[in-house]
Design a protein around this ligand. Structure first.
Ligand SMILES: [Zn+2]
Length: 409
């Protein structure tokens, strides 16, 4: 990934929404005064929210389901009835409302302990990490080994795995790239996507690039393994929404980061999915429309890793990560300083999310910022990692996924 300059269109996009975000943050600061009243306040706010939702339910719900424009069309009777109902395409809007405002958050000590601590298996994380920690440049023997490991592990926990292979031109000629797509329930129309890249940089030669992105890949394998039973239950209970992992090939530039020499795997997948129609219960769209939220993990695991909010459009989801981490800290379920900062940073980072963001997929970009000190250096190896912090991240991520998928203990 790369931090772009002022010319980057991403920066303008984010700044335009900065005002709204600052207002939210100020609200957050006010709420933090008076720590002991915090719990009461939170409960009261939740009750008020629920009341508010109930009061204006018909219109509000309609807007959340369909968006403002569609709702207007429904109200004046221009739109066909099928567009005025919840469907797989507008489902993510109402899903957001349900999770945020109708108390489907995981907040009891029992549930937090269960997902964060009872399911923990950091030995499994380390095992996966050590398998991935080899040079794995596009088309190399290491790449094949790591890809096969990912496929094997994902199949072992019962997910369906596809390989998305294609050829593309690079500054060093034609290469074959292979993305790995693992889906818990391929029949579910909507997907919560978590993504990382498994390729490593060509230079410096022999580098294993732990934070970039062996750790994120191992975190995802660990999540699938530790939540295996809970996810199996979720698959049985929900026909509508599932979880999907994308392991991208060719994120790194071969020579120098340009629009054609970088993010090969994600560029091709987003473009292929755009061309691939999808229809469910009479509502049609393309395969990118099936993505509820696109969570991208990158540059994670180094000693001082801290994250900030990088996208305002999914700001509420980022705030959930902050809240989950705080809840775990308050209960002593995680130790050490916070990973998730409350602040919003208009950083303009180019990464695998860009091709999907350009196609209006909601993005949650979880990348350490500032970048790790050893970023793109030989020193980005096992010795630069903070395993306690990684374990904390894994805990927060489990709770976040459990909340998103409305899981029960
Ligand atoms: Zn990189």
């Amino acid at each position: 990934m790369i931090v772009t300059g002022a010319a980057c269109p991403v920066i303008g996009d984010i700044t335009a929404k900065l005002e709204t975000d600052q207002t939210q943050q100020q609200g957050g600061r006010r709420d933090r005064t008076g720590q002991n009243r915090k719990q009461e306040n939170t409960e009261k706010r939740e009750q008020d929210k629920i009341k508010g939702v109930k009061r204006g339910l018909t219109l509000m719900e309609m807007i959340m389901r369909n968006g403002l424009f569609q709702t207007a069309l429904c109200l004046v009777g221009i739109s066909s009835p099928v567009n005025c109902q919840v469907n797989w395409k507008n489902g993510k809007n109402i899903h957001h409302q349900l999770t945020q405002q109708q108390g489907k958050t995981i907040s009891t000590t029992e549930d937090l302990t269960y997902f964060a601590n009872n399911l923990i298996n950091e030995r499994n994380f380390v095992k996966n990490l050590d398998t991935i920690l080899i040079p794995r440049t596009v088309g190399s023997e290491g790449s094949r080994k790591v890809r096969n490991h990912i496929i094997k592990e994902m199949r072992r926990v019962g997910w369906s795995v596809d390989q998305h292979a294609f050829e593309d031109n690079t500054p060093f000629g034609k290469y074959t790239f292979t993305n790995v797509i693992a889906t818990l329930n391929p029949d579910a129309p909507r997907r919560m996507v978590i993504a990382c890249h498994y390729d490593s940089k060509l230079e410096p030669r022999g580098g294993v690039f732990a934070s970039d992105s062996a750790v994120p890949c191992a975190m995802m394998l660990n999540l699938a393994k530790t939540m295996r039973e809970e996810l199996r239950e979720q698959k049985k209970n929900s026909q509508d929404l599932t979880i999907q992992f994308l392991f991208f090939d060719g994120e790194e530039a071969f020579k120098r980061w340009t629009s054609t020499d970088s993010i090969y795997g994600s560029r091709r997948l987003a473009s292929d999915w755009e061309k691939k129609p999808y229809s469910h219960n009479g509502v049609s769209g393309d395969h990118n429309d099936r993505i509820d939220i696109f969570v991208l993990l990158d540059l994670l695991g180094a000693r001082d890793m801290t994250l900030s909010k990088l996208e305002t459009s999914t700001g509420d989801w980022y705030d959930n990560l902050v809240r989950i981490e705080q809840s775990l800290q308050q209960r002593g379920l995680i130790k050490g300083s916070s990973i998730f900062n409350r602040n919003f940073l208009p950083a303009g980072i180019e990464d695998d999310h860009i091709p999907f963001k350009r196609r209006n997929v909601p993005i949650l970009h979880l990348i350490a910022y500032p970048f790790p000190k050893q970023w793109h250096k030989m020193g980005d190896d096992r010795s630069t990692l903070d395993f306690e912090r990684i374990a904390n991240f894994n805990k927060v991520l489990r709770v976040f996924v459990a909340e998103y998928l409305h899981m029960n203990t």
